[in-house]
Design a protein around this ligand. Structure first.
Ligand code: SF4
Length: 337
């Protein structure tokens, strides 16, 4: 395999004596020459911070947009989906750890220039692209260049939300929809299991919401770790009061993986309880995920209760939508058709 390293200079860094400091995410890694950041995606090369994972693709696939999960953005469509390697969190239960915990050189990747990636996406007749599978925020230079090649693409990001404010605002300018993982609503979980801070993720959710990007949240419910009733209520009321009751929230099922293979799967009853708690406490669109659960993945009009979208797995049946309104009562829904 030909090794192509475009050595693209990173954005968002400054030098401090013999080291460089990366200003992309709250870790603010301080790197001597030759060192990689915690994300394995950025490296000090001769005193300059390089976006080392630029254009290095680990996976390309076509997914239902519901798989991201996004239930309210172009429902029922498929999206060209791209992943790289590395992550700035290190979640002990990561379900994509083979790429998120890997680095360039360890994981086989293919280089595609922004032009080549856009051409492939368009050849396959897609007008929306998702950066997903691993953390896209650490690929910001590549994503911005892809969007500069084809600003008419609808960009979707599936992210952990761990970025500093300015880079996140820069991404928001070119992004149509985001799903942010809120991994728990307690600091200890973020400290011990992810190596990050909850407050940083909360700030990012607010920044994205205020920027007008379509936002959905995912909360992976892990038995014994982030499933306490009062913790879930704090999360739900925070979404309602700080963001909006209209932000869709996906309570998804945990499967044992990576370093947490002894933790059981989330009981379906727990997920259904999260959904009913969310609805009773004012959220208009709460779903369960990673599980087949009758009508718990369907969308209903919060005004009149009519069914709007029915889902069975990734099969989508739009039954009561008139553009972005309920077909029955004409109430405006938070759905981008
Ligand atoms: S983006 Fe990577 S290199 Fe930069 S501060 Fe975050 S973990 Fe460190």
């Amino acid at each position: 395999m030909v090794f192509i390293n475009p050595n693209v200079e990173a954005k968002y860094w400054h030098s401090d004596g013999k080291e460089v400091v990366c200003d992309l995410c709250p870790h603010r890694c301080r790197l001597p020459v030759g060192a990689f950041g915690r994300c394995s995606a950025r490296k000090n090369v001769d005193g300059k911070l390089v976006a080392y994972s630029y254009g290095r693709i680990s996976s390309i696939a076509v997914d239902p947009i519901e798989k991201k999960p996004l239930y309210h953005f172009h429902p029922g469509t498929r999206i060209f989906s791209v992943g790289g390697v590395g992550c700035n969190m290190h979640c002990r239960y990561c379900q994509n750890y083979s790429i998120s915990m890997s680095s360039i050189g360890k994981k086989r990747t293919t280089f595609k220039s922004p032009e080549d990636l856009v051409a492939l996406c368009r050849q396959q007749k897609f007008d929306q692209i998702a950066f997903t599978y691993n953390e896209p925020g650490i690929w910001i230079e590549y994503i911005l260049d892809v969007m500069a090649c084809d600003p008419d693409l609808d960009l979707v990001l599936v992210t952990n939300g761990l970025l500093n404010e300015q880079p996140l605002k820069d991404l928001c300018k070119v992004t149509k929809a985001m799903n942010i993982d809120v991994k728990a609503f307690n600091d200890r979980f973020y400290d011990n299991l992810c190596g990050a801070k909850l407050d940083d993720v909360k700030k990012s959710c607010k920044t994205v919401f205020d920027a007008g990007v379509h936002l959905e949240l995912t909360y992976l419910v892990i038995p014994g770790y982030n499933d306490k009733h009062e913790e879930l209520l704090r999360f739900i009321t925070w979404v309602r009061d700080t963001l909006s009751p209209d932000v869709p929230v996906h309570f998804t099922r945990f499967h044992p993986d990576y370093e947490m293979i002894n933790v059981p799967m989330t009981p379906v009853e727990t997920l259904l309880l999260c959904k009913s708690d969310a609805e009773e406490n004012g959220l208009n669109y709460a779903y369960v995920g990673n599980v087949l659960a009758d009508d718990a993945t369907d969308t209903y009009c919060p005004e009149c209760g009519a069914a709007v979208i029915k889902r069975t797995g990734y099969m989508v049946d739009i039954v009561g939508l008139d553009s972005d309104r309920c077909a029955a009562c004409k109430h405006k829904l938070n759905i981008v058709p």
